[in-house]
Design a protein around this ligand. Structure first.
Ligand code: UDP
Ligand code: MN
Length: 237
């Protein structure tokens, strides 16, 4: 019997939002036993997002939790209030299964889902196209994690990306939370679950395979309309 995967996608309005979600929906449509939790960071759920969810035919939950107004600088914590709302939803509504945080702009190999589904407590796997090293991954020796390869270790116990781990929801205690601190979201979330490095189950062939990429979409820039009337109507006018 397959364990159910709760795939949590925080999202926010911008021109790329709907195409990103459509593309992600086309990946998830190939995956059995998945429940897609799409969490808007606005006051209300977006009707455009809802229509993508309906069209996918996937089992889904659409929730919304506005981000605090204070965060308007460039390196603000992204997708925290909405991921927190998803964590709450899972605690209230799910009995068993696996939690995975899948951003709306990431790229996922279908083989990743087999790795996620194996999670007894805490799975980890490499993430590609991230940071200065191009990959972030646990370092595994004889089946055990002995360190981390990550271009920005910080002072983190778990220097990993949001896309690099999955947790069994058995361990989603009342204390589970995510801080509004850019760069500390993953580490502090895992610590709030009382996870230890010894708990990590290295997946993806001892973390030797990349099955998820931290892809980024180039932001659409509105063209400034500079119309040369003479060219349009002809110089004789
Ligand atoms: N996100 C959000 N609110 C924001 C900015 C981002 O909910 O104000 C979501 C976004 O849709 C994505 C995730 O949080 O699913 C990570 O954001 P982004 O991809 O912009 O960050 P990066 O991958 O560059 O760190
Ligand atoms: Mn991203």
């Amino acid at each position: 019997d397959l364990q159910i995967i709760y795939y949590v996608t925080p999202t926010y309005p911008r021109p790329e939002q709907i195409p990103e979600l459509i593309r992600l929906s086309h990946t998830l449509m190939h995956v059995p036993k998945i429940h897609w939790i799409v969490a808007d960071d606005q006051v209300e759920c977006s009707p455009q997002v809802l229509s993508v969810l309906r069209k996918s035919g996937l089992p889904f939950t659409h929730i919304s939790s506005p981000k605090p107004y204070l965060f308007r600088s460039s390196n603000y914590p992204r997708g925290v209030s909405n991921r927190r709302a998803a964590i709450d939803w899972i605690r209230k509504n799910a009995l068993e299964g696996i939690l995975y945080f899948g951003d709306d702009d990431n790229t996922v190999d279908l083989d990743l889902f087999k790795e996620i589904r194996r999670t007894k407590k805490l799975s980890m796997f490499p993430v590609g196209l991230i940071g200065g090293y191009g990959v972030s991954a646990p370092i595994v020796k004889q089946g055990k994690v002995i360190g981390f390869f990550d271009s920005w270790p910080g002072s983190r116990i778990f220097p990993v990306d949001m896309a690099g781990f999955a947790v069994n929801i058995k361990y989603l205690s009342a204390a589970a939370t995510m801080p509004y601190i850019a760069g500390q979201e993953e580490d502090k979330f895992l610590l709030s679950l009382n996870m230890r490095v010894e708990d990590i189950e290295p997946q993806a062939d001892n973390c030797s395979k990349i099955l998820v990429w931290h892809t980024k979409t180039v932001k659409y820039k509105k063209p400034t309309l500079k119309i040369n009337i003479n060219k349009l109507v002809g110089d004789e006018y």
